[in-house]
Ligand binder design. Structure first.
Ligand code: NAD
Length: 338
């Protein structure tokens, strides 16, 4: 029996519905029904349709959204500056296309700036508000504009400093990063849950996101959560320093854990070599889940010039996504069979 393809407007509507459901299951329920690879495939298909037929892009399209609107018992908290998502590159050709899109705006300056490359931690994004160096609020990303105020839970996470090291801190600053659960803690927690007859968690990302939203902070405190920082913003939208590399150094000096294996790359060829090494060598030894690397234009004045696309993704950064992690796939198989 041959399958008759749907007219393009119907296919777009079908994809919007599938993706909106998947976003709800992933961001709100912490229970994804699709694999990330399948989600990314459907997302790209809808993006391609919308690009070819702009009139089919509706205002509520999942391709224009960061995360999902907050729906929980927590108070909401407005971020100082909008939190964004990232566009994806799945191979070296897409990395080169990313560089060309930058050159079209800022020309050869990007070659002087180079790139900072970082691990893409597969966890849940949070924003930490510090007043004069003291932690006052911890918030989930939510829909990018406002998230859930989960301060009581964030205070239980080892590695999140309640007070930054050093002095002379900005009066108000948001430090952003990823809460994650290392594999060892995830496995031990699931084994304990099996022994207690409780349902197991599907993967470390969903376990971390779920733990952040516990109503009882003593439960969050028992979950083996960790944190890596990668961004800081002041109320005027600027970072406290002028390059991404210096920012990671500054975060480290303040006592914020920063992910290992970051590098400064001068060319996109160097970025490709780094990404290849991380995917095929480093990843298996990390002890926590990553789903790629993040490539950021190092110079923040160029970042400002490049700006944001569709209120959703910065033009100066891209996620170089990797193939699904065999370690995570294996964990999921074990969990499903328990
Ligand atoms: P993303 O994961 O594609 O990229 C943006 C996020 O990366 C940031 O918000 C931040 O949390 C994170 N990040 C980790 N390390 C970082 C670093 N060093 N620097 C900057 N950011 C870093 O973003 P997204 O918008 O949360 O989600 C889209 C992705 O989530 C999809 O590509 C898919 O993999 C997954 N997803 C899956 C389903 C599903 O049903 N399986 C549904 C929705 C989303």
């Amino acid at each position: 029996m041959s399958v008759v393809p749907l007219p393009i407007d119907q296919r777009a509507a079908e994809l919007r519905e599938q993706l909106a459901n998947a976003q709800h299951e992933y961001y709100v329920l912490d229970r994804p029904a699709l694999s990330d690879a399948e989600y990314d495939r459907l997302f790209r298909e809808l993006q391609a349709i919308e690009q070819a037929h702009p009139t089919l892009r509706t205002e509520d399209s999942p391709t224009l959204r960061v995360g999902a609107p907050v729906q929980s018992a927590f108070q909401t908290h407005r971020h100082l500056v909008r939190m964004l998502s990232l566009d994806n590159a799945f191979d070296d050709a897409e990395l080169l296309a990313f560089e060309q899109s930058i050159e079209r705006v800022v020309g050869a300056s990007v070659h002087k700036s180079g790139y900072t490359v970082e691990l893409k931690i597969d966890g849940a994004a949070i924003a930490l508000t510090y007043r004069d160096g003291v932690l006052v609020t911890g918030t989930t990303r939510g829909d990018g504009t406002e998230g859930e105020d989960v301060t009581v839970n964030i205070r239980t996470i080892r590695g999140v400093p309640l007070r930054l090291l050093g002095d002379g801190h900005p009066p108000l600053m948001e430090i952003r990063g990823e809460v994650y659960m290392p594999f060892a803690g995830f496995e031990a927690m699931n084994e304990a849950r099996v022994a207690a007859g409780e349902p197991v968690f599907v993967n470390p990302r969903n376990a971390a996101a779920g733990a952040l939203r516990q109503l009882d902070p003593s439960i969050t405190a028992q979950r083996p959560l960790r944190f890596f920082g990668y961004a800081a913003v002041l109320p005027d939208g600027n970072a406290p320093v002028r390059s991404q590399w210096d920012l990671l150094e500054q975060l480290t000096a303040w006592g914020i854990p920063v992910a290992p294996h970051r590098e400064r790359c001068h060319t996109m060829a160097d970025v490709s070599v780094w990404a290849h090494t991380v995917e095929h060598q480093t990843r298996a030894q990390l002890g926590f889940a990553i789903d790629g690397g993040v490539v950021k234009v190092n110079d923040m004045s160029l970042q400002d010039e490049l700006g944001v696309r569709n209120d959703r993704t910065p033009r100066w950064a891209i996620a170089r996504k990797f193939a699904p992690d065999m370690a995570v796939t294996k964990l999921i198989r074990i969990d499903v069979s328990v």
